[in-house]
Design a protein around this ligand. Sequence first.
Ligand code: GLN
Length: 201
Amino acid sequence: MRIGVLALQGAFAEHEAMLQTLGADCFEIRKPADIKGQPMDGFVIPGGESTVMTKLLHGLGLFELLQGKIAGGLPVFGTCAGLILLAKHVQGGITCFPCMDITVRRNAYGRQLGSFETTALFTGLGEVPTVFIRGPYIECAGENVQVLAYVDGNIVAARQENILVTAFHPELKQDVRIHRFFLDIVNKYKKEKEKPQSRCG
Ligand code: GLN
């Protein structure tokens, strides 16, 4: 499996290390040539600052390429700012790709004191460690969105088909289960794509 990791800001190296531990082949995305014509089975949008990342994506000519990939069904995993970039509605910020049917509150825990660690019950995985760094949470999710975890009654992880998001940073702990969950999605989509097309009808 070949996974791209957007390497403009944030903990992209930690994402890569975790995915490599799980056997994925990773490469960094910084410019269009990194993905144009290159095989890519899925990609990760790490944390950072969502307004800066949005501007960089446009400025570097990556925005339309990645938007096309998401629309084409390529699996994408967004953490923290990555979640904000994928949301259709953003309170206190701007939208980027708007593709996931969620409303997100940016800096939801306050700007300065918004960093903390706790655990959350993640559907299908059990208790997982969660690190929040000036993170968002999901205020509401459409019916096509599967909610995967809550912290203090707020949605902090969710999935909509090929899109997986967490408001926290799983890459900053040693627990690889959420990255494995993402790679399982990638695997499923890859197999589906490789299936011979039916000639019926
Ligand atoms: N507060 C940041 C934003 O709104 C996200 C923080 C993070 O990714 N750790 O973009």
